[in-house]
Design a protein around this ligand. Structure first.
Ligand code: WT7
Length: 635
């Protein structure tokens, strides 16, 4: 039996038992046998969820890039590490070997050092899905700089907030990016952002579109000549296990985005181990995750997890609808993809189109299909299973979060029998608990509650950058001695988990985590707006869409309503990005509030989804009369 690669259900149960009965011995063995360390740990785990403080493999030293690159060179120098599939199918794909990847990362690491970057510095990475993005992320890790990748669909405003929050001194970007038939002026967005970022000393710019850009003297530099001059070898920095590896921002229900901090050793061990098992990756397989590296899915399951296993990972620059709705399947056929990992929103969008787009292609290479980001509805599950997997590729519905670093609840394909819409069983080492509202654990089967995790796992985020108190308050105060996920879940009669969705004010739109507060703040900055409230409502393709209830000021009352709606969405696009635009905007005279002044989102959610039969008790509201008015004019 191998603890590293689980192949049978009995093995899963045995290994799971071991991992929870003696977590330290279990993780020590995994860490010892499957990774390279500069020096070993003094202690496997110390933790205290009240502080909270979590440390894995304390005392050890390593560099994650030696695990992702150097150690594979003797056996895999000429194997493909990354297949780069460009936006335009007419542009040739690139097969980047481990040897080439190592060299590019070393050159980039040397460029960073030459440009004043030291261990612990923060670097903002704002790049499209091109090979330079992988080089940059890994080069940061190699020199011990903390990367903060910002999804290149965020606006200059959102970018500036993230740059300033963790005091990045460098930004790495490109002239532009391709997205379907659009060209986006990334450098222009960076230029606007940097007007508000005095801490940024240098900007390195890679060429992608050849578009016209302004280069600011002594601040902006083209990357290519720097890379050409740099040495092709670089000694990786010795990193302590708990040194930060990266910061990645995620929305909270309130306030500014949270910079989740992940650290070197535990993150490496857990992402590699989950990747191996949850995708049943075997040497020679071609694995493709369609996410963007701007999200945690891309960090853990395009870059670190696959490369730590010496895998071949596809990086796709484009979108599922360009040049037509068959693009995903064309790429699967072309590169003979074995494991395919995508989001339910993409599946739903493709399922709406003609079946010919998928039937046209040979998908027989596929062995495992993955889903992530939001609950997958039954219809989408069956479409995926029938038309993509032809009933022979198990679907792994993987539940996890930016904060958890790696997959937490998921079937292991060919091991765990799957059930549509169920994430099924906790992965090795994960101890979930369902809690009631009074704070008691709900035991037994056929129950539902709030999903918590009661024991640390190696890849959990260690803090929120610059705000440890917020980290404690958000995740460790709702339930004593437990990590609270913000999700609700049920456990069925065989112990399978089904995630039912967020129980807080975070809304998942097209698999993107959007907090209501920053969107409301953006709207409220419009001069005609007095107050607003955002809720989610069910949407065929996006899973949820956004519904805004907006109270106008007197000056707004006189304005053209349709124009105002456009301006409000424009305002959101500028502050956050187009992903946060509202599908529906209703102007209202007031918002239902509790006596303490809190907006009753529960009621607004029901109105937005047209479910007004049973609004529950509204008698305790400050202004119950407003409810009828809002309901009568609902869109
Ligand atoms: C939230 C985390 C982790 C990858 C991308 C999202 C929801 C995620 C599932 C799933 C049901 C899911 C949860 C979670 N979610 N995967 N398989 N089934 N819900 O990361 O942006 O941090 O969002 O996404 O609500 O809390 P994220």
């Amino acid at each position: 039996m191998s603890n590293y690669h689980i192949k049978h259900l009995e093995e899963y149960f045995q290994v799971y038992r071991k991992s929870v009965q003696n977590p330290e011995a279990f993780w020590e063995e995994i860490a010892e046998e499957h990774f390279v360390w500069r020096s070993k740990w003094d202690r496997v785990l110390s933790w205290d969820f009240t502080k909270p403080e979590i440390k894995w493999f304390e005392g050890a030293e390593l560099n994650i890039t030696e695990n992702c690159l150097d150690r594979h060179l003797p056996t895999k120098r000429n194997n493909t590490a990354i297949i780069f599939e460009p936006n335009d199918p007419k542009e040739e794909a690139q097969h980047i070997t481990y040897g080439q990847l190592h060299e590019s990362v070393c050159r980039m690491a040397n460029v960073l050092k030459e440009n004043g970057i030291k261990k612990g510095d923060r670097i903002c990475v704002y790049l499209p899905m091109i090979p330079e993005l992988a080089y940059t992320v890994l080069a940061c890790a190699r020199v011990g700089a903390i990367h903060s990748v910002v999804f290149a669909g965020f606006s200059s405003n959102a970018l500036a907030t993230r740059i300033n929050d963790c005091d990045c001194k460098m930004v790495i970007t490109s002239d532009g990016s391709y997205r379907g038939n659009k060209i986006i002026d990334l450098k222009g967005i960076v230029d606007v952002a940097l007007e508000d970022c005095p801490g940024v000393e240098k900007v390195l710019v890679t060429k992608r579109t050849g578009g016209k850009v302004k280069m600011k003297k002594n601040r902006d530099f083209w990357l290519k000549p720097l890379l050409d001059e740099a040495y092709a070898d670089n000694d990786a920095e010795r990193m302590k296990s708990e040194d930060p590896l990266f910061i990645l921002y995620t929305s909270g229900s309130t306030g500014k985005p949270k910079g989740m901090v992940h650290t070197c050793a535990g993150y490496m061990v857990y992402t590699a181990y989950t990747f191996k098992n949850i995708f049943q990756y075997r040497d020679g397989d071609v694995y493709w995750c369609t996410a963007d590296i701007g999200w945690i899915t891309g960090h853990s399951y395009i870059i670190y997890g696959p490369l730590a296993n010496g895998a071949t990972t596809v990086m796709f620059e484009g979108v599922p609808s360009y040049p037509d709705y068959g693009r995903f399947w064309e790429v699967v056929e072309k590169h003979k993809v074995n494991q395919f990992y995508t989001a339910p929103t993409a599946i739903r969008a493709l399922a709406k189109e003609n079946l010919e787009f998928v039937e046209k292609y040979d998908l027989s290479s596929l062995k495992v299909l993955g889903s992530v980001g939001e609950p997958i509805n039954e219809e989408a599950w069956h479409w995926y299973n029938n038309n993509v997997g032809h009933g022979k590729s198990p679907i792994v519905d993987t539940w996890w979060q930016t904060e958890t670093g790696g997959i937490m609840i998921s079937p292991i394909p060919y091991v765990t029998p799957t059930t549509p819409t169920y994430a099924t069983l906790p992965f090795i080492g994960i101890q979930p608990a369902l809690m009631d509202e009074e704070g008691h654990e709900i035991m037994g089967i056929q129950v539902d509650g709030r999903l918590c995790i009661k024991f640390p796992w190696p890849s959990m985020a260690r803090t929120i950058w610059g705000d440890h108190e917020r980290y404690r308050d958000t995740y460790f105060t709702a339930y004593k001695n437990k990590y609270f996920t913000g999700d609700g879940a049920m456990r069925d009669e065989v112990g399978y988990y089904r995630i039912t969705g967020r129980v807080d004010d975070v809304i998942i739109v097209s698999g993107h985590n959007l907090g209501t507060a920053p969107i409301e703040d953006a709207i409220n900055e419009h001069p005609a707006v007095a107050e607003s409230a955002i809720v989610g409502f069910p949407h065929d393709i996006k899973g949820n869409a956004l519904y805004g209830f907006v109270i106008l000021k007197e000056i707004g009352e006189a304005r053209d309503r349709e124009n105002l709606k456009k301006e409000i969405n424009q305002q959101i696009t500028e502050h956050i990005g187009p992903i946060a635009k509202l599908d529906k905007i209703q102007f209202v005279p007031g918002l239902p509030k509790t006596r303490s002044g809190k907006i009753m989102r529960r009621i607004l959610r029901k109105i937005a989804s047209g479910d007004t039969e049973n609004l529950g008790d509204i008698s305790t509201l400050l202004n119950p009369e407003v409810v009828k008015e809002v309901m009568d004019n609902a869109l």
